[in-house]
Design a protein around this ligand. Structure first.
Ligand code: ARG
Length: 457
């Protein structure tokens, strides 16, 4: 039977399956590097504050680096008897350098240790996510630039509404991703803060220097309240919440891509890399990656709900419940980084079917607003123009024709000032081109958005 590192006050025997239930090593071994970085900073501080001798600090530092090397090489075996990454590493260190290893935990608790590790992890993950979001933003800008004058139907209620530029559509996603990036960046302020030195909950009587460990670990600040420092998981929840919003955006985009790949739309074709076939239907080319991203959104939302629910009602300070924070944050970080990479590649390599997009604005009534606007420009009150055009649409539906098929003489019977210019107005290309209002889909406006976006990255 392995002796527990905290086993002093226990004399009952342990059961392996209970150890397995209580352990987090299966999940938190991912934090080995962060844990060792935290320990190296802590022991350095213990030396500088003369809490440990220089010789003890040297032995521990060398030992920790050896342990790290062996972990990287896969030479050490983690055990559930040693519960979590912190105790596993301490026990490896003891094997490496003997009882002096026990001095590392002076003025420290696993409560500030785990909080430190997870802060370091979330900080790195946030930076990685920000990079990947920015790469995706560049892909969106490039595709938008190639498609400023590509016309497709804009939808509301999934019904043809008004024609728009495909570049404009892509830049809408750019704006969402920009907000996502801002949210992650702003959250760093609350991630980049050191709990180390809060000890179990109340600080310590040892003359530690928290600023020193913070700067050693490259944290911008230290938590001002030790109780808050070991109890706070807000920064993880913020990461999970920002991840959920990001996934919601990716999922909406994927939903559109899935529609656009369908036989009914045929607006885009995904490259083979991002598609799969069917084991029975030889003709199939399925947008699986887009579907998976849409599906994984549920997982990421679930992780947020899980941790919010776990944290609700926990009294201060540390409670074992909080061990359940890691699976969620690891899973969401892995999921969103993979999804962002897949998304970038998928959008970068997709083929845009300009012809089909434009064509589907030719045989529809998405130019009805154009006609109403034209009449309004001739002096008809817009509400009246709306009514007139509505009646014309109804008539066309009965006759199986479109607004552009109506003869000029028939238009002039409605308003003698109508000229042949009306057919230009009804053309979707012109309709899009001329929506010059700020932020609109007019080509110059779309180009303006793209130019600003290029400067942003
Ligand atoms: N494995 C624990 C966790 O992940 C580490 C902190 C344990 N602290 C304690 N007092 N049991 O949360």
């Amino acid at each position: 039977m392995m002796k527990k590192l905290w086993g002093g006050r226990f004399d009952g025997k342990n059961e392996h399956w209970i150890d397995e239930f209580g352990a987090s090593i299966q999940v938190d071994q991912k934090l080995a590097d962060q844990d060792i970085a935290g320990s190296l900073a802590h022991v350095k501080m213990l030396g500088e504050t003369r809490i440990l001798t220089a010789d003890e600090v040297n032995q521990i530092t060398t030992g920790l680096k050896q342990v790290q090397e062996k972990i990287h090489q896969g030479l050490l075996e983690f055990t559930v008897e040693n519960e979590d990454i912190h105790l596993n590493i301490e026990s490896f260190l003891t094997e490496e350098i003997g009882p002096v290893a026990g001095k590392l935990h002076t003025a420290r608790s696993r409560n500030d240790q785990v909080a430190t590790d997870i802060h370091l992890y979330v900080k790195d993950a946030t930076h990685e996510v920000i990079n990947l979001i920015n790469q995706f933003r560049k892909v969106l800008i490039n595709q938008a630039q190639n498609n400023v004058e590509t016309i497709l139907p804009g939808y509301t209620h999934l019904q043809h509404a008004q024609p728009i530029s495909f570049g404009h559509h892509l830049m809408a996603y750019y704006q969402m991703l920009k907000r996502d990036e801002e949210r992650f960046t702003e959250s760093l302020k609350r991630v980049d803060i050191s709990p180390l030195g809060s000890a179990a909950l109340a600080g310590t009587t040892f003359p530690i220097n928290r600023q020193l460990t913070a700067s050693e670990l490259d944290f911008a600040e230290v938590y001002p309240n030790s109780l808050d420092a070991v109890s706070d998981r807000d920064f993880i929840l913020e990461f999970l919440s920002n991840s959920s919003l990001l996934m919601m955006h990716l999922s909406r985009f994927c939903e559109e891509i899935i529609l656009w790949c369908s036989h009914e739309f045929k607006f885009v074709e995904l490259s083979d890399t991002y598609s799969t076939g069917s084991s029975i239907m030889p003709q199939k080319k399925n947008p699986d990656m887009a579907e998976l991203i849409r599906g994984k959104t549920g997982r990421v939302y679930g992780n947020l709900m899980q941790l919010l629910t776990t944290m609700k009602g926990l009294p201060l300070a540390y409670n074992k419940d909080m061990q359940e924070d890691k699976h969620s944050v690891f899973d969401s970080a892995d999921t969103i980084t993979h999804c962002l990479k897949v998304m970038s590649g998928m959008i970068e390599t997709m083929t845009v079917n300009h012809e089909n997009m434009a064509q589907s604005t030719k045989k529809d009534f998405s130019n009805a607003t154009e006609l109403a606007d034209y009449l309004a420009n001739l002096g008809t009150p817009f509400r009246e123009a709306h009514e007139i055009v509505g009646k014309l649409v109804l008539e066309c539906i009965h006759n199986g024709t479109y607004l552009q098929d109506i003869a000029l003489s028939d238009y002039q019977a409605i308003n003698p000032h109508i000229t042949a210019e009306v057919y230009d107005k009804l053309d979707s290309y012109h309709a899009v081109k001329n929506r010059h209002s700020f932020g609109g889909t007019g080509f110059n406006q779309v180009q303006h958005q793209i130019d600003i976006a290029k400067q942003e990255l």
